[in-house]
Design a protein around this ligand. Structure first.
Ligand code: FAD
Length: 463
């Protein structure tokens, strides 16, 4: 449906619900960036509304539903697929005043957190109880519980603990018409028909606004061993992963890969000191949950993998500071943008197909025009490759880059989005990874829950 622009009288209705300080408009609103990927662009929404309670979210949505005004939820604004982009006929709804941890149950290993709580706060609160919240990502200081649920975020420990979906036991959400759906149960097992919480996991705020969640915590590991490896290629790295998982009974919590273009860029003078020579064909960062007494076993494994030819060189972090230094090379992806690689991609392909896929796509991007390039890295233990390409400033050329990166995925049973979602940025690519019947199911659910299409309209689906 077409949406009308938002009259002042309606903004006054919203201000009456959230209080005058809860409504941001005008210059103050334009001072906020559109998103993490568009720091120079101002937020274009008609207004930004900042409720403090679930009840206020419900009243705001009921009013918007009745008047037909679209609403775009915002968490920490770190999403990478333009999921929070607004236009002047839309109202942005930020959960920034709905942060905080309500309770932690150390015996049941659960936590109730409000949607605006950052992931770093959740991690710290878990750690204070000797526990761990396993979701971890470079954006942890800003990304929120609500945003990571809405995108079903993945990150650095998916290999061992799964994605956000595996860490949410229950949640509370508000539907487009203001109905509050409470599924705040702290149960691991609950086979009682369709579980409504899954409607809000990974659906990018198109079916409801998440307001609270019961999160599953895990025992904190006694320690980590972190190694930076050089390998002859990604296939050898895959063998390293398999052998390490077998030797440490599945306790590999991260296995991150870096193709040489990425590693060389990150270790150029003025960036990070290279822990290993820059001429190797492939690099991997592996982290194992283990106790210090297991270190001799790690050395033995690394030696055996070197003898087999699957590792060419390796460095093992000897301190927490060194461990953090190794991680920075993989995590500091914000440096790719000023380095000229500002277009991010996030795809999945089976591990066995990675070598040929990355080699072919890298060649294809470079052939588009002189100066065009792509660097690849990612959570390769999960089959997840991130690409960053040089912006070419011409839609026709960018379409060629997209074709080089997305084109081969359907035949490989890959995905155009491993973990970032679809948003606006990839909605034209949904059909490469989802069949017509799958999209029809998504549309039927959207129609049932948001018939007036006021929740994050235009995201995920074209039209
Ligand atoms: C440096 C960096 C590293 C990153 N690393 C990773 C990574 O390793 N793995 C990964 O998966 N992602 C990663 N991301 C992407 C991003 O952090 C995740 O998508 C994250 O889940 C977004 O959370 P957010 O709170 O910032 O949500 P936002 O960006 O504010 O919103 C994301 C989407 O969720 C919706 N939304 C937000 N809050 C709610 C809510 N309460 N209810 C309903 N819908 C809502 C929005 O409308 C939007 O569609 C990274 C981003 C950066 C900048």
């Amino acid at each position: 449906m077409m949406h009308e622009s938002v009259p002042d009288a309606f903004l006054a209705t919203l201000a009456a619900i959230v209080g005058p300080s809860g409504l941001v408009t005008g210059a103050e609103l334009r001072g906020r960036p559109a998103s993490w990927t568009r720091p120079e662009e101002p937020c274009a929404a008609a207004a930004l509304v900042r409720p403090r309670t679930t009840q206020e979210v419900s009243l705001v949505l009921a009013a918007c539903h009745a008047a037909g005004h679209p609403v775009v939820p915002r968490g920490g604004c770190t999403g990478l697929v333009d999921g929070i982009l607004c236009n002047a006929a839309e109202i942005a709804l930020s959960l920034e005043r709905m942060g905080g941890i309500e309770s932690v149950d150390p015996l049941a290993m659960t936590m109730v957190a409000r949607a605006g709580t950052t992931i770093a706060m959740v991690q710290d609160a878990a750690q204070a109880e000797g526990l761990m919240f396993p979701l971890d990502l470079g954006a942890r200081g800003s990304a929120t519980v609500g945003g990571t649920i809405a995108t079903n975020a993945g990150g650095l420990r998916v290999l061992r603990y799964g994605m956000m979906r595996e860490m949410v036991l229950g949640l509370e959400a508000v539907l487009a018409d203001g109905t509050v759906v409470s599924s705040l149960r702290p149960l691991i097992k609950n086979n009682t028909g369709l579980d409504p919480k899954h409607l809000f996991l990974g659906t990018e705020g198109t079916l409801g606004i998440v307001t609270r969640a019961v999160l599953r915590l895990r025992p904190a590991p006694a320690g980590y061993a972190t190694a930076f490896l050089a390998c002859p290629g990604v296939d050898a790295a895959a063998r390293v992963l398999a052998r390490t998982q077998a030797a440490f009974q599945g306790r590999v919590s991260s296995f991150e890969g870096m193709w040489p273009g990425y590693y060389r860029l990150m270790t150029e003078p003025g960036r990070f000191a290279p822990p290993l020579p820059r001429e190797h064909p492939y690099y991997a960062l592996v982290e194992i949950e283990c106790v210090p007494e297991e270190e001799p076993r790690i050395h033995a494994l690394l030696e055996s993998l070197m003898e087999a030819g699957d590792i060419l060189d390796a460095v093992l972090a000897a301190s927490e500071e060194q461990r953090r230094g190794l991680w920075r090379i993989r995590e500091a992806v914000e440096m790719l943008v000023p380095a000229g690689f500002g277009r991010p991609f996030d795809v999945s392909v089976p591990l066995s197909a990675m070598h040929d896929y990355v080699a072919a796509a890298t060649r294809a991007v470079a052939a588009i025009r002189p100066g065009a390039g792509a660097v690849a890295y990612g959570h390769i233990g999960d089959g997840n490759i991130h690409w960053n390409t040089t912006p070419l400033g011409d839609p026709a050329l960018e379409a060629q880059v997209d074709a080089a990166i997305y084109g081969p995925l359907t035949a490989l049973s890959g995905s155009v989005s491993a973990e970032h979602g679809i948003g606006l940025a990839k909605r034209g690519k949904l059909g490469l990874s989802r069949s017509d019947s799958e999209v029809a199911v998504m549309r039927a659910v959207k129609q049932a829950l948001d018939p007036r299409r006021i929740l994050n309209p235009g995201k995920i689906f074209l039209g």
